[in-house]
Design a protein around this ligand. Structure first.
Ligand SMILES: [Zn+2]
Length: 497
């Protein structure tokens, strides 16, 4: 365990002591990296020592920023399999293809590596509550680790969000506050007071955990780095951190040399890092639109975009954008040949490997590692697409599941949520809106039935009863936070169908 690790700005080189509120460089807003005393660790740590230790990220604790093991909050993150993939390799034309299967992490994604480190450090700082302001896997993972650490977890969320991840957050007991935009979510998360710690994808402690994917790949290849590592790029953090990990192994003498090229993938519908790299620019310009269903790798303004470009250049790697259809095909192929069901963002690495072999940019004998970052069951939109492709199997779906696949059956309830998201309203008003504005042929008692159903699901709640002389009583309803999140999810699902 290191006594003291420092934070160093990746842009201007400024050094800082570790602090729970320090997310970015105070001088230039650059990303901070944790730096260690590599010379003294080098004298104490050998591959033989590491080999004797059990699986998981904490076997590398000398090179993680936690001071005392007693503060470790663990759900069993890391230590994931590196599969040799002969069947898939044959399909892609690769003889040495490996999959780093991150779907088996505690909440189903590589993010758990980062969260485990951030939450352990939060415990060391004496923090009581954790806050984040992002969509997707980070919220789900943070909620789980907060539960384990007996800390409160507050998630600011802007929709749309994959339902599986939202369910995880609710199940782990997080408090969820919907916001209009992801920028607003991040701003709200950062304005929280004492005794709390904000975790963002750019948090130096969170990032440190992500580099352990690189450590494990080398250890599993018998202390050699592969020729190529292909990583999905959302914010660009995982790719950059795997590279940091490999370079640290060189600094510690664990790796003799490093000739790995790093390859980053994004969705063609939102690929600002790929565009910057292909233009030869060191700076990533934000994308103006998102045109993909693969939300976990689409960030208009990726937080670690510049670092990702730097990593690609430093390692003489490359970047590629792949379409949603290519990712769907890749997810299917991976599942069919290797028994690994990945989310579409993760399957992008297989689509990328296939394309680069076709282009002659990867040699058939190269040792190629595709990082499969998250599991497929979290992503209902992808599952829906799979089911749609297999038309003859539709009858096998449980009626309740089919209902969630159908826009028609849920349409009235969704419209009621929509009306209540504008303002607090009563039954007759909602009926009038539905019949006149949306042309839904429906009787008033049916509206009340829908309202009762929505209330049971805690998507709406009644607020007050108003009595106006000469008119029937008006019972008013309002949408709940959960209802707002559900409405966002429904809108996204309908948009993608
Ligand atoms: Zn700086």
């Amino acid at each position: 365990m290191v006594l003291e690790s420092m934070l160093k700005c990746t842009r201007c080189g400024e050094n800082y002591k570790q602090d729970r509120s320090l997310q970015l460089c105070q001088k230039c807003k650059g990303i901070l990296y944790v730096n260690y005393d590599y010379d003294s660790i080098r004298k104490k740590l050998t591959p033989q020592d590491l080999q004797k230790r059990g699986l998981g990220i904490w076997k590398y604790s000398e090179i993680l920023p936690i001071t005392s093991r007693s503060n470790i909050v663990s759900l069993g993150e890391g230590g994931t399999f590196l599969h040799r993939c002969e069947r898939l390799g044959k399909k892609l034309g690769l003889t040495n293809l490996f999959i780093k299967n991150e779907t088996t992490n505690p909440t189903g994604s590589f993010i758990d590596r980062g969260t485990a480190v951030a939450v352990s450090k939060a415990k060391e700082f004496g923090v009581r509550a954790l806050v984040c302001g992002v969509t997707g896997n980070l919220g789900a993972s943070l909620a789980a680790y907060a539960a384990k650490a007996a800390m409160r977890c507050l998630v600011y969320l802007s929709g749309p969000i994959d339902q599986g991840k939202l369910y995880q957050m609710i199940a782990f007991g997080a408090t969820i506050r919907p916001t209009k935009t992801s920028e607003e979510a991040l701003a709200k998360a950062q304005s929280i007071g004492s005794n709390t710690m904000t975790v963002t994808p750019a948090d130096p402690l969170f990032l440190e955990g992500e580099k352990t994917t690189g450590f494990e790949i080398c250890e599993q290849l018998e202390w050699k780095a592969p020729d190529r590592i292909i990583v999905p790029m959302g914010n660009g953090g995982h790719l950059s951190m795997i590279w940091k990990g490999l370079k640290e192994f060189v600094s510690l003498g664990i790796l003799e040399d490093l000739s790995t090229t790093m390859i980053g993938v994004q969705a063609a519908g939102c690929a600002p890092i790929v565009q910057a790299f292909q233009k030869g620019s060191m700076e990533v310009s934000p994308s103006d639109k998102i045109n993909t269903i693969v939300r976990d790798i689409c960030f208009k303004n990726p937080l670690m975009g510049d670092l990702a470009v730097k990593t690609l250049q430093e390692s003489e790697g490359t970047a590629l954008a792949v379409t949603d259809e290519q990712m769907l095909d890749a997810a299917h192929l991976l599942a069919k040949t290797e028994g690994i069901f990945a989310e579409l963002a993760a399957s992008s690495t297989i689509a990328c490997a296939k394309r680069l072999v076709e282009l002659g940019k990867i040699d058939p004998s190269d040792v190629v590692v595709c990082v499969i970052t998250g599991m497929g069951l979290k992503d209902p939109i992808a599952m829906q697409r799979f089911v749609k492709r297999a038309k003859n199997l539709k009858g096998l779906i449980h009626p309740s599941a089919e209902r969630t696949f159908s826009t028609k059956i849920g349409e009235t309830k969704q419209l009621i949520l929509e009306i209540l998201s504008q303002s607090e309203q009563y039954g007759y008003f909602i009926w009038r809106e539905l019949t006149q504005k949306f042309d839904i042929k429906i009787k008033i008692p049916t509206v009340y039935q829908h309202l009762a159903d929505l209330e049971k699901l805690v998507l709406i709640r009644h607020t007050r009863i108003a009595t106006i002389f000469g008119k029937p009583e008006r019972k008013y309803y309002t949408i709940t936070d959960r209802g707002k999140a559900m409405l966002n999810a429904l809108k996204q699902m309908n948009a993608s169908m």
